[in-house]
Design a binder for this molecule. Structure first.
Ligand code: SF4
Length: 328
């Protein structure tokens, strides 16, 4: 089920990321003064529009979670710009960060570890409202409203996280995330720990909340079939870089980049027709600390040419598609 395509042409982006780099220094050896860098995010640019879901897909270790953490201010950016409604966010001051916290929220993968087991659901979902002094009337009423908005019964507010199933706990996380009426939520593998049927319910909940509150999501996942059910557009990430970006239907039905083709061939995507040509990926991804020269995908690419081993391909735009590959 792909979502109805919305055109964002001419709209002002809610979030713009320009040539963002998040590098972590590592020493070359015990006695060496020289440093290498783990280039977890290495020149990423993207835009997110109001009410839009951008899916960010890639294998584990490709840098997608570091990108999300950098957008949240949890990792300092090495260079590049993060703009929220045209205001530059990095480097972020504490006051600015606090203001931003109300506009940008996150839902993490593990619903249990992200909830304090000693806090009642009422305290969990109203924590942000209390912190930012946004409680009007009774805390109980706020908690009841929020918990109903995520499809749980009102009496859940008196219970504790361990009394709920995984899917219900993720609903509590989502209730906390929407409590401050944010504009943008980063969902970092937010449904990956759930069973398939519960995943579908969580995705339907996120879609209905998006429609109700005009939310924008950056939906980070290793699972392309899950992303294709919620994202308007998809960005494919590999070893710190975006390899391909485009509308969900175009990415699923007409992938351009060899890596995207391999990803699509590997997963069952609802509504996907099998493409004539089918490719297999070779070997393991290289380490993000020591990416290969030229195209970072070249050691695994079934279409690699001599130029691919020497010259890094730029991200080229074709209409509303972008692809980083010498074949195009
Ligand atoms: Fe494959 Fe070369 Fe394209 Fe990289 S640039 S994806 S190695 S064809």
């Amino acid at each position: 089920m792909n979502r109805e395509v919305t055109s964002y042409e001419g709209s002002q982006p809610l979030l713009s990321v320009k040539d963002l780099k998040t590098w972590f220094p590592v020493k070359r050896g015990l006695f060496s003064r020289q440093k290498d860098y783990i280039r977890a995010v290495d020149g990423v640019s993207l835009e997110l529009f109001p009410g839009e879901t951008l899916g960010l897909v890639g294998e584990s270790g490709c840098g997608k979670t570091t990108l999300g953490r950098t957008l949240l201010g949890l990792e300092p950016a090495t260079s590049g710009g993060i703009y929220f409604k045209n205001s530059l966010l990095n480097p972020m001051r504490r006051k600015q960060m606090n203001r931003l916290r109300q506009k940008i929220q996150v839902v993490f993968q593990d619903p249990l570890s992200s909830l304090n087991p000693r806090m009642s659901v009422m305290d969990i979902v109203t924590e942000g409202l209390v912190q930012f002094k946004r409680i009007e009337g009774s805390k109980r009423d706020h908690a009841r409203r929020l918990i109903k908005e995520v499809g749980l019964s009102e009496d859940a507010i008196y219970r504790y996280p361990h009394e709920f199933s995984g899917g219900q706990r993720q609903r509590i996380n989502i209730a906390r995330a929407i409590s401050l009426r944010p504009e943008f939520i980063i969902c970092d593998e937010a449904v990956s720990a759930l069973d398939v049927s519960i995943q579908a319910q969580a995705i339907n909940l996120l879609i209905s909340l998006q429609e109700r509150f005009q939310l924008s999501y950056l939906f980070i996942s290793h699972d392309l079939s899950v992303v294709s059910n919620i994202a308007d557009r998809i960005a494919v990430m590999y070893l710190g870089q975006i390899l391909e970006k485009g509308k969900t239907a175009d990415i699923i039905h007409e992938p351009l980049h060899p890596y995207t083709k391999v990803l699509i061939d590997a997963v069952p995507v609802p509504g996907k027709e099998r493409r004539g040509e089918s490719m297999e990926i070779k070997g393991e991804a290289a380490s993000i600390a020591t990416p290969p020269p030229g195209c970072r995908f070249n050691p695994r690419c079934p279409k690699a040419m001599a130029v691919c081993r020497e010259i890094p391909p730029p991200l080229r735009r074709f209409g509303d598609r972008e692809v980083r590959c010498h074949l195009y």
